[in-house]
Design a protein around this ligand. Sequence first.
Ligand SMILES: Nc1nc2c(ncn2[C@@H]2O[C@H](COP(=O)(O)OP(=O)(O)OP(=O)(O)O)[C@@H](O)[C@H]2O)c(=O)[nH]1
Ligand SMILES: [Mg+2]
Ligand SMILES: [Zn+2]
Length: 307
Amino acid sequence: MSVATFDARVIGAFGRQVRVRAGDGREYPARPLGRGLGIVCGDAVRCRHDERHGEVHVLEVLARRTALYRTNARGGAEAVLANLTRLLVVIAPLPEPDLFVADRYLAAAESALIEPVLVLNKADLGLTAPLADELRGYALAGYHWLEVSAAGPTGLEALGTACRGHTAALVGQSGVGKSSLAAQLIPTERIEVGALARAAEGRHTTTAARLYELPGGGELIDAPGVRDFAPAVEHLEPRSLGFVEVARLAPGCRFLDCQHLREPDCAVRAGAESGLMHPRRYESYRRLRRLQQTLGPPHERARRRGG
Ligand SMILES: Nc1nc2c(ncn2[C@@H]2O[C@H](COP(=O)(O)OP(=O)(O)OP(=O)(O)O)[C@@H](O)[C@H]2O)c(=O)[nH]1
Ligand SMILES: [Mg+2]
Ligand SMILES: [Zn+2]
């Protein structure tokens, strides 16, 4: 090819506006050439300088090592972040936690072979009794969590260590303090932090994912907060949907293809009743299974849409 192309990293993506960082550290606003490239933050892309218009074009998205997928408004699968090696699922006592959201991120990460790390932020506020009980559910599943506080010195070193050398992303409900944590880990960047009242009104402070380089090596993505997260069902591990304790209990089920809903002799349902699996985690699993049944297989969805 006569025109010089170069490889770059997508450090921000907002609709068709993309920001890339080239190997030499230079950053450019860039424009995807052609529709449907589906570029997301974390992507590795091949670019070209358009000398005549003084623009940078993205020509193609290079193969992703991992991707986190969600279900979009049309019921299709859509990548949200690419090339992650760790997913930092942030929860906090404030605003009112919705742990179904955390469960869904954990399930999507497990299914995508991205190592999830549960991060309990705002440790300075203390734990409410219901949250402490929910955390017991995660312990039962086998998850540890990092207790941190962006407002104080708690746990930030451990969080930094969990990110070092990784491409990690902070995800979770709006207002849990993802950007506050990113700002603590990367003090040289100006990262906007929102007022809690904003999250309570359902408004998000961070509107687009942004990738930063960590001082100790590695990368950190600060993702926008969500009210809910629906993983793309066809990208979930088919048997367990990414619920690690379901995968552990399922070999005890009578049927090999047990969906762990109403089948007789289901070891997963029995585990939820006997306390081997937290009831909310089981309910979370069931909701995802039902979502999968509602959406149906991808080819049927395409037909319903007339696609
Ligand atoms: N007490 C306390 N408040 C915190 C802590 N971390 C963040 N906050 C506050 O929580 C509010 C929301 O923080 P953000 O960092 O903007 O939250 P976010 O998760 O990035 O929110 P979105 O960008 O909307 O998803 C701000 O008022 C922060 O000051 C913490 O550890 N303790
Ligand atoms: Mg934010
Ligand atoms: Zn079962």
